[in-house]
Design a protein around this ligand. Structure first.
Ligand SMILES: NC(=O)c1ccc[n+]([C@@H]2O[C@H](COP(=O)([O-])OP(=O)(O)OC[C@H]3O[C@@H](n4cnc5c(N)ncnc54)[C@H](OP(=O)(O)O)[C@@H]3O)[C@@H](O)[C@H]2O)c1
Length: 325
């Protein structure tokens, strides 16, 4: 049933990543529907019916379909692009629409979510994706493409029929985005985890751009201490490491010196962060393996306080502006 047909995609999580992928899949001629969680979001979308993408060289809009998650109708191919902490509630909201041949692609930063999905949806065919694409939301359904880079697709332990996985990969390739299939994605996920455990929380705590972190000895020492802990746990999990994580993080900090990390942005806006799926995951793994992770623990303790302060500050701002209006 999956052969020689144009795939119909549903995108769950119509933020920066979801809109970007919806745009590229629709551009490839694949019917694409955004799944929205409430009527307010649907009304906002229907006022234009378009996704708009700004890039360095162009501004483009494309019409796509949108409907509520609660609607009926089968979903064959689901790209799940919510933040990690929203995956389970989002997937639960559309579970009645999935069938034995449905395929779900999880595209989140951080780790641990795939295990939760496996546990709660043991029958589900799912693939993982990790991407180096950067995008941010300017307004609902209007995003800026900050940089296109490779996306890696792969299996998790709950193996899918390899033909079905190959078919999904072929479909995604039609989007003209740079995609590779990696049967074992783990090495890449851990590499990315090391970057997310260092650059993201440190830039948020120190309120700085990525490049600032490596301008002081203290910053470099902190990165090294966090990377060493992540690497110890990765090695205990038999993950192949080609280049020390510390070196990889320094390279990324240099290459993205002028960027503000996504966690920095979340804290600035009073939004929940994905730290429980990055440093929190490392600490959890350390506990399971009886490996100490004091630097990650120290970082997450400071971070939890920062997250709470930022959320409260934005609640006060919102209450004040509600009062004035
Ligand atoms: N943006 C990037 O450059 C980038 C790069 C690499 C990886 N990633 C990863 O990709 C994932 C998505 O990131 P993002 O930046 O696209 O986040 P985002 O802009 O916050 O988008 C997430 C979207 O999911 C929606 N959502 C949440 N719960 C939902 C539900 N139950 N039903 C339907 N929609 C729901 C949110 O709606 P509301 O806003 O209304 O809650 C929001 O539109 C994250 O794990 C992130 O770390 C992002």
């Amino acid at each position: 049933m999956h052969k020689d047909v144009t795939p119909v995609w549903h995108i769950l999580g119509a933020g920066a990543m979801g809109c970007l992928w919806a745009y590229y899949l629709k551009s490839a001629g694949h019917p694409t529907t955004l799944l929205l969680k409430n009527c307010a979001a649907l009304e906002r979308f229907l006022s234009t019916g378009n996704i708009t993408i700004n890039s360095a060289t162009s501004l483009a809009s494309l019409p796509v379909r949108a409907e509520l998650t609660t609607q009926k109708g089968n979903i064959d191919y689901l790209l799940l692009t919510t933040k990690a902490y929203d995956v389970i509630p989002a997937l639960s909201a559309v579970a009645h629409r999935l069938h034995p041949n449905s395929v779900v692609i999880l595209m989140q930063n951080g780790m641990g979510i795939a295990e939760q999905v496996c546990q709660q949806f043991p029958e589900l065919n799912f693939l993982l994706a990790t991407t180096t694409i950067g995008a941010h939301r300017n307004a609902p359904f209007c995003i800026t493409e900050a940089g296109l880079g490779p996306t890696y697709l792969g299996n998790f332990a709950q193996c899918m029929d390899p033909n079905l996985a190959q078919q999904v990969y072929n479909y995604l390739c039609e989007s003209n985005l740079d995609i590779s299939f990696e049967p074992n994605l783990n090495a890449r996920l851990w590499q990315k985890l090391a970057i997310s455990c260092t650059i993201n929380p440190l830039t948020a705590i120190l309120n700085c751009k990525n490049g600032e972190l490596i301008k002081s000895d203290e910053g470099i020492q902190l990165i090294k201490a966090i990377c060493d802990e992540v690497e110890t746990i990765a090695q205990a999990n038999k993950i192949a490491i080609n280049q020390p994580y510390f070196q990889q993080v320094l390279n990324v900090a240099k290459q993205t010196a002028e960027n503000y990390s996504s966690m920095w942005q979340d804290i600035q806006r009073g939004r929940q962060t994905e730290i429980q799926y990055t440093n929190g995951f490392v600490i959890q793994q350390g506990e399971n393996l009886q490996v100490e992770t004091p630097t990650n623990q120290w970082l997450i303790d400071i971070f939890n306080q920062l997250e709470e302060e930022s959320s409260q500050a934005h609640t006060h701002e919102k209450n004040y502006s509600d009062y004035l209006h």
